[in-house]
Write a protein that binds this ligand. Structure first.
Ligand SMILES: Nc1ncnc2c1ncn2[C@@H]1O[C@H](COP(=O)(O)OP(=O)(O)O)[C@@H](O)[C@H]1O
Ligand SMILES: CC(=O)OP(=O)(O)O
Ligand SMILES: [Mg+2]
Length: 404
């Protein structure tokens, strides 16, 4: 029997998203999510054959990513899709930080694991969870290729002028400080899907991709190649996020240490976990923020306005970086679902050729779609991301190559 299935694991700081795909047709045999890992109120939601089967839920404490993956393996086994299946060709893992070394999907061995571990200080919320996912999967199926697909890979094409910070070159090089960029799997997938939506080849299209999830980042993609992105050494820089501040004056950190008497660890936690929308109004979920705005809540309104102001600045900046822009693509949880965010982000940018058609923008639909008025110079599009499919495709291509 030829093994044609790939299990994809996307481990976040407190969540584990997974999909089992059949690579003959990209069909989903199972999808699921474990949330609030490490809390007493963890929840696993498992859906066999996405769309078809009945979802099952488990609640109750799931201590860590090791326990989460074991619970997922049990759910898969209940549907006859267990990790022991001979039809499983590989397990593909999203790994957030690959530094400069990993520019391609990579089969994991001990040396690769050690390098992912070395990069923990520059992806403290993500790489530890990614590592646990890989180690547990390896223990469950030691014979199976485990493939790491890196968030940073797509951004390695950025020119030095975009990737280097203007700090002392020797210090920067010694500590490998530069802009790496993240969510690359999504930026790659969405920029290609946007070109397809326009009916053009990726090489002919310049796209600004706005990946607005809990973490959020923008990228400027010229002819299929990333030329700039908003996240930096770590996934903290750039846009306002669910709990992360995005851009601040770096001197804020010195000030908090000297005048606010905070430790570096406390400031790290402040900027990564207690800032962004949460820090501004107490909520990180855009649905909740919109609900509060509708009720006249001023703090939620200001948080939304700050979020939009930053987004607009990046759209303007990337118009300047690209020179010619063919499309602006909104993606991920907020980008795909929050019509008011898309409308506000391009409001007043008609000089740049950007506008949305209110009806098209407000309409609900599943697939990629254009929401700018007919004949607009720049297409504004909603393009659902599919990091899992992209990871599965890259994983299967690599394993297939190794086997042929
Ligand atoms: N219907 C919706 N309307 C507005 N925002 C939404 C909606 N659904 C999801 N979101 C936003 O999307 C976020 C999650 O996005 P997602 O891309 O899944 O993030 P992540 O992968 O970082 O967990 C939520 O925190 C919420 O702010
Ligand atoms: C890199 C990053 O920010 O990822 P996420 O949005 O999954 O937190
Ligand atoms: Mg995400």
């Amino acid at each position: 029997m030829t093994a044609t299935r790939v299990l994809v694991l996307n481990s976040g700081s407190s969540s584990l998203k997974y999909q089992l795909l059949d690579m003959r047709d990209g069909g989903r045999l199972a999808v699921g999510l474990v949330e609030r890992i490490g809390e007493r109120t963890s929840r696993l939601r498992h859906t066999p054959s996405a769309g078809g089967g009945e979802s099952r839920e488990r609640t109750g404490a799931i201590a860590d990513h090791d326990a989460a993956l074991k619970a997922v393996a049990e759910e898969l086994a209940r549907d006859g899709l267990g990790l022991d299946s001979p039809e499983l060709a590989a397990i593909g893992h999203r790994v957030v930080h690959g530094g400069r070394r990993f520019t391609e999907p990579t089969v994991v061995d001990d040396a690769v694991l050690a390098e992912i571990e070395r990069l923990i200080p520059v992806a403290p919320l993500h790489n530890p969870a990614n590592l646990t996912g890989i180690r547990t999967a390896r223990a469950l199926r030691p014979d199976l290729p485990q493939v790491a697909v890196f968030d940073t890979a797509f951004h390695t094409t950025m020119p030095e002028s975009a990737a280097r910070y203007a700090i002392d070159v020797e210090t920067a090089d010694r500590h490998r400080i530069r802009r790496y960029g993240f969510h690359g799997t999504s930026h790659a997938f969405v920029s290609r899907a946007t070109a397809a939506l326009l009916g053009r080849a990726p090489e002919d299209v310049n796209v600004i991709v706005l990946h607005l999830g809990n973490g959020a980042s923008a990228s400027a993609v010229r002819g299929g190649t990333c030329v700039d992105t908003s996240m930096g050494l770590t996934p903290l820089e750039g846009l306002v996020m669910g709990t992360r501040s995005g851009d601040v004056d770096p001197a804020v950190i010195f000030h908090l240490a000297r005048v606010g008497d905070m430790s570096i660890g406390e400031i790290d936690t402040l900027l990564n976990k207690k800032s962004g929308l949460t820090g501004l109004c107490g909520d990180n979920d855009m649905r909740e923020i919109r609900r509060r705005i509708d009720e006249g809540d001023e703090r939620a309104r200001l948080a939304f306005d700050i979020y939009i102001h930053r987004l607009k600045k990046y759209i303007g900046a990337y118009c300047a970086v690209l020179g010619r822009v063919d499309a602006v693509a909104f993606t991920a949880g907020v980008g795909e679902n929050a019509a008011p965010v898309r409308e506000a982000a391009v409001a007043g940018l008609d000089q740049l050729g950007l506008a949305v058609d209110p009806e098209l923008n407000a309409a609900r639909a599943d697939g990629p779609r254009i929401v700018s008025p007919a004949g607009a110079r720049v297409a504004v599009a909603v393009v659902p991301t599919d990091e899992e499919l992209e990871i599965a495709t890259q994983t299967y291509a690599l394993v297939g190559k190794a086997n042929s």
